[in-house]
Design a protein around this ligand. Structure first.
Ligand SMILES: C[S@@+](CC[C@H](N)C(=O)[O-])C[C@H]1O[C@@H](n2cnc3c(N)ncnc32)[C@H](O)[C@@H]1O
Length: 253
């Protein structure tokens, strides 16, 4: 998923992407961001895409920076933020050095650190952490390995409740395609059509501590409704626990 992918995808982004800020149950992203908001604080959205969260940040912070490498998605972000004087949108490849970007009190990143390449991914994570002021915070949203497997468990149960034997139901849920190109150990799994990095809860905690120099405050579930995960009409019994992304909240010492 390089810059060309996101540029080509930009015109259908709002129709096809279930973004965490808009679709998360209980508005978890907004709630976590609000914990650290104040009129004398600055925030940056790393990988802001079409900027769905920027107007919300604009109401709650002194200055808002939105960064992304896709010029097409940034066009949409500019449109969305027309007239918002405290929002500054800039094109940046966040897998490259980011020393030129201003320091902020809060860094937010929603489903942007998804690249399979470990070097690009670590550059993004370390660079983002380097832009947080001492005493500042990070709210990071990423896909969950656990949730993806759990969704297949629920789908199997669905087939069983439709009258299939447990063996038949398991055979109907063949998810072997998600493990191409064989990077299961790395949490790189096919989502839609593209290899996408997914994270384990404990992996996030280690990354924050050992790679980003942050102190983890919380790793929370950011739940979605089942209808965002499954294409068909979801039966009523399929309620809690819902599928989720991870939200890690961390502090720069
Ligand atoms: C799934 S979208 C999420 C966008 C937005 N945060 C949201 O929740 O709607 C992933 C975003 O990360 C951006 N992105 C991926 N790699 C990037 C990089 N190396 N530098 C800057 N932006 C990047 C993409 O352009 C895209 O806008």
């Amino acid at each position: 998923m390089d810059v060309n992918y996101w540029n080509e995808f930009a015109h259908e982004y709002d129709d096809h992407v279930i973004d965490a800020f808009t679709y998360g149950r209980s508005k978890t992203v907004g709630q976590q961001v609000k914990r650290f908001a104040a009129p004398d604080k600055d925030v940056a959205d790393f990988g802001c895409g079409p900027g769905k969260m920027l107007p919300y940040l604009s109401e709650k912070f002194r200055t808002v920076y939105g960064y992304d490498f896709s010029d097409k998605l940034l066009e949409a972000a500019h449109k969305r933020c027309e007239g918002l004087k405290n929002v500054h949108i800039a094109q940046a490849d966040l897998s490259q050095p980011v020393d030129h970007l201003p320091m902020v009190d809060l860094a937010v990143s929603l489903n942007a650190v998804l690249m399979p390449d470990p070097e690009l991914r670590m550059n993004f994570l370390r660079g983002m952490a380097s832009r947080i002021k001492s005493g500042g915070h990070l709210v990071l949203n990423v896909p969950s390995v656990e949730s993806l497997l759990y969704s297949y468990f629920r789908e199997t149960e669905w087939w069983r409740r439709m009258g299939n034997s447990p063996k038949e139901a398991e055979a109907m849920v063949d998810a072997s395609y998600i493990t191409q190109p064989q990077q299961v150990a790395q949490g790189v799994l096919i989502r839609g059509t593209h290899p996408t990095k997914h994270y384990l809860r404990e992996e996030l905690m280690v990354l924050a501590r050992d790679e980003m120099g942050l102190e983890v405050l919380d790793v929370l579930k950011m739940e979605y409704d089942w209808k965002t995960e499954m294409e068909d009409d979801v039966p009523d019994w399929m309620g809690e626990p819902y599928p989720w992304d991870w939200i890690m909240v961390a502090k720069k010492p």
